[in-house]
Write a protein that binds this ligand. Structure first.
Ligand code: GRF
Length: 192
């Protein structure tokens, strides 16, 4: 299963995927390319260090969202991916993009969906007095954070948690959740 990861920033989820791959734990999946919309995304360095092909495409070089997404699709398709993994890719995607990768585009979102779609998920969970928070891997559809749920992980919220401490706990849980989903998709444990 040829996997392309899209990133915008630190890429800690990308690193988790790379680590699983290096250890031979990613099933039949292989990360064949990493694409960023930010030239200084640290995730690009992580990929280069692992010997993975990287591409960078700045949205500032395109007149509108659709033209950027079309250029992005060309770059991604150059890798002939079976699966496109959004790993902290901070862009709203056009329906053209989402439909082009229908049933092979996944995202990790830092909440127990359908709770807390969108931003500030940790703060909202704390403010609501929730006992637990978590992360969700889901298929990407046109509606934000609303595609079919593939797998979730739950973590506790402690009384003294700050937004930052909860964010770190959730992120750490994502680092096992996301690679395990990619592995299981590649092995057919989760049907594509
Ligand atoms: C994570 O919080 C993830 O849930 C969200 O974007 C963040 C990515 O972090 N979709 P990183 O770049 O993988 O460290």
């Amino acid at each position: 299963m040829r996997v392309v990861c899209l990133i915008s920033g630190g890429g800690s989820n990308l690193q988790a995927l790379i680590d699983w791959q290096t250890k031979g734990l990613l099933g039949d999946a292989e990360i064949v390319g990493v694409v960023s919309n930010k030239v200084d995304a640290f995730g690009l360095e992580r990929a280069k260090k692992a010997g993975i092909s990287v591409s960078h495409l700045s949205h500032h070089d395109y007149p509108d969202r659709l033209e950027f997404d079309q250029a992005l699709m060309k770059v991604i398709d150059g890798y002939q991916p079976d699966l496109v993994v959004l790993a902290g890719f901070m862009r709203i995607l056009t329906s053209e993009f989402v439909n082009h990768y229908a049933d092979r585009l996944i995202n990790v979102h830092p909440s127990l969906l359908p709770k807390y779609k969108g931003l500030h998920t940790h703060r909202r969970a704390i403010e609501a007095g929730d006992a637990t928070a978590g992360a969700t891997v889901h298929w990407v559809t046109e509606e934000l954070d609303s595609g079919g749920i593939i797998r979730q992980v739950e973590v506790p919220i402690y009384a003294d948690d700050s937004e930052e401490s909860l964010k770190q706990r959730v992120l750490e849980a994502e680092h096992t959740l996301y690679p395990s989903v990619v592995r299981d998709l590649s092995l057919g444990v989760i049907p594509c």
